[in-house]
Structures are given as structure tokens and as C-alpha cells.
Design a protein around this ligand. Structure first.
Ligand SMILES: [Zn+2]
Ligand SMILES: [Zn+2]
Length: 83
């Protein structure tokens, strides 16, 4: 879901996916903004598509500012596509 909405762009750095998978689809990883291990939901408003770099970053640093950015982008995408 998040991957489709993101149109092949990382939702943190907004760069195109660094490479494509064997199906020719941009490779992005699904990330849960609130980690499942911390009680987050497996719903579209808690998932974002990230490039491998940003995904690593979120798991190592999990910066508050980045989290806020992701929440905002997530909301924008959902608002945009739910009409
Ligand atoms: Zn990125
Ligand atoms: Zn993740």
C-alpha cells in the first residue's frame, strides 16, 4: 500500500528508489512509523516506503524530526488518494 502510494520515491529523502527489483519495480522498503514492537499498527497510516538508506537510518537513529516528517507525508498521501 505505502509502496504504491509513494510512486517509487522514498518518503523521507524524496529520492527515487536506488534500483529496481527483478520485476522492474522501484525497490523501496516498508517501514512502520510506530514500530510494531512498540505497539504500532500494521495500517496504511502507519506505514511508509523508504529507500534502504533512510530505512536503516530510521532504525538506528529514529530521529523525532524524521518521524514527524514521515507522519506528515503519510497523511498527505492518504488525503490525496482517498478522494
Ligand atoms: Zn530515502
Ligand atoms: Zn522499518
Amino acid at each position: 500500500m505505502a509502496k504504491r502510494l509513494a510512486k517509487g520515491k522514498c518518503q523521507l529523502c524524496l529520492q527515487q528508489a536506488p534500483f529496481k527489483n527483478t520485476n522492474g519495480e522501484p525497490y523501496l522498503e516498508t517501514h512502520h512509523i510506530v514500530w510494531l514492537s512498540k505497539g504500532g499498527d500494521d495500517t496504511c497510516d502507519n506505514t511508509v516506503a523508504l529507500c534502504p538508506n533512510c530505512h536503516k537510518k530510521m532504525h538506528i537513529v529514529n530521529n523525532e524530526e524524521d518521524i514527524e516528517i514521515l507522519k506528515e507525508r503519510c497523511k498527505e498521501l492518504l488525503d490525496h488518494y482517498s478522494v
